[in-house]
Structure formats: structure tokens, C-alpha cells
Design a protein. Sequence first.
Length: 389
Amino acid sequence: MSGARLLPLLVGCVMLSPLAIDIYLPSLTVMAREFDVPFSRLQFTVTLLLLSVGLGQVLVGPLTDRFGRRPVLLCGTVVYMAGALLGMMATSLGPLYVSRVLQGLGACASMTVAFAAVRDCFTAEQGAKLYSYLNGALCIIPALAPVIGGSLAVTFGWRSNFAFMFVFAAVLGVAALWRFAETRPQDTAPERRLYHWARYRPVLTSVRFVYFAGLAGVIMSAILVYVSTAPVILVDRLGLSELAFSGWFGANAVVNILAFFFAPRIIHRLGRVGTVRLGLGLIIVSGILQALIVTVLPLTSVGFMGPIGVLSVGFSLALGAASSLALEPFRERAGTAAALLGALQLGGGALLATLLLATPLSPQWALALIGAVLVSPLLWLSWRVAPAA
């Protein structure tokens, strides 16, 4: 299957997860009032979805290696549609929470298939560039979804956001049914047992995989802290309108997109490990900036979003190259490896973000802790662990 034909489908696959996160962010305060619950209870729906996406991949990965990428993708879109439909009909938090779990499981299936298909079909260097493009596509939705979601909510109510997700997944499912050919290597040897330690052991005992996947989880936690707290800081504390919030959120997403799409050029010049190091360095700078600004200046939109822009560029540069380096050794277990990478990246990142947000730390100090304290040893370890690739 040619890259030109495969890439648009894979872009659609990775968009399901950010769409489920970002399209209804402007409506969270309205939903909290309608359900008559604290805002934090609605905020938990974001964390719940991300945990479902991350941890669900541990279950989905072996399924893609056993049954193939195509059937798992098709089933995933159906589950996602079911979750969107339930969310659209929810009148209390219970059904809404269930809908987010279903959407997370559906999104994790499509994301696992996308990353495994890249490993199936392309060389390591091509894969690093495609991972950057896919991660760039992950940022197109944050640029557009809040604007789309806010417009839909104002015109039709917040439930229209879930209707939009239902239609998007349906279109993706039809496109996959029509255009997505199986990419799993024909010589993949099916293992007798679907879930057992022997399947995961070669991946989880690889120092290279654990380092790059753990790195992805730590830097993802910073993005999740930002996404989870941006509505509180910009709308509730600073009093920005939904339109102004969407503007800031979208502008940062554009920065993400540009960085992701320039990343392949930087990979070509610096190599994959060099690009990871550059990205980590920028994340450390962003953490230091957050600490300095929150210490000496009052809270402003520019003061909060400026370091976020630096964080986003560093994240964009590091993630694609790190994903390629983590998955490269596992051709015969590409689905399982991609699933474990997703679990550590999204599940681990969501868990770390949740723990930090449960502390008395402000969002700015949580971001400073991740960038300046947690990422610094990862940069140092890159010279001890990472290959010259």
C-alpha cells in the first residue's frame, strides 16, 4: 500500500483521540452547570478518556498482531461511534463517563493501527518522518476543534459536539472499509495465547524502548496538564471569552503543527537522537520560564501561553523521533510495541498529570516541575541510553 494512499487514512485515525478531547473543551463550564456538578467532575472526563486511550492499547495491540490491522480499525470506529452516541444522549455524569471510556477504547484502536501500519510499511528514517506528520496531524484538531465545538455549542447546544464526533468516526470507518488494505506482514507468526508475558517481555525488557516510551509519557504529561487547566486559567481566572480561549488554544496548536511538519528536516540534519535532545532542551527552557514568570509576574494570558509555546515546539520535535526509536526494533511485534508505547505515552502521561493536578501545586508550577526537574535527567540519560541514530 503506497504512502500517498495510506497517509490520509492514518491521519484520520490519529485524529479521533484529540477530537474527543478538544471539541467540547469550550462547553465544559456549560455542561457543569447543566449537570449541576463541580467543574472538576467534568474535567475528569478528559483524564478518563486519556487513560482509556492509553491503557486500552495494551489490550488492542495483540489483537492487531493476531487478527490484523484492518478489522481492529473497523471495530474501533464502531465503538467510538457508540460512545459518541451515548455522550450525546447523556443526562447525568454516569453515562457521560461510560461514553468517554468507549470513545477512548475506539480511539486507542485507531491510533494503535496507525502507528503499527507505519512500522509495517516504511523504513526507520521514513517512519520517523511519518510519525512527525502523524503527530502534527494530532495538533490540527486542537487548532480547529475548539472553534468548531464552540460554534456548534452556541448554535445547537453542547450535545452537537458528540454528534459531530459520531459523523467523523462514521466517515473514517467508511473510508477504511473502502481504502485501507491490510498492512500486517504476511510472515507474522501468530502466538497461541493472545495475552501473556512472553508477548510483552521482549518489548518491556528493552532499555531502548522503555527509555523512549517513558520519555514520551513524561513530556505528554506536560501537554495534558496544559490542556486540562487551560480553560480554568484562561476562561475562569482571566475571564476570557470562549472565542478568545479558542484563539489562544488554536494559535498554540498552529505552533505545534508547524513544529511537527518542520521536524523531518531537523531529523535529516541532526538525526533522530539529536532531534530528541533539542526537543528536551526546549522543554527544560519552558519549565524554567514558567517558574520565573509565576514567581515575579502577575498571571496574564501571554505569561501563561508564552512558555506553553516553547513547550509545544520541544514536544513536537521530540515525540516523532522518540516514537520511531522506540518502535524500530520490533517489526514482528509492531502492534504490541505500538500499543505499549501508546499506553506509556498516554496512560502514563495522564496518570502523571492527574497526580500533579491533585497536589496543591498551581498548573504553572506543575509545568515547571515537569520541564525543569523531570525532563532534565532524561536529557542526561540520552547520552547513556540512546543509540546514535
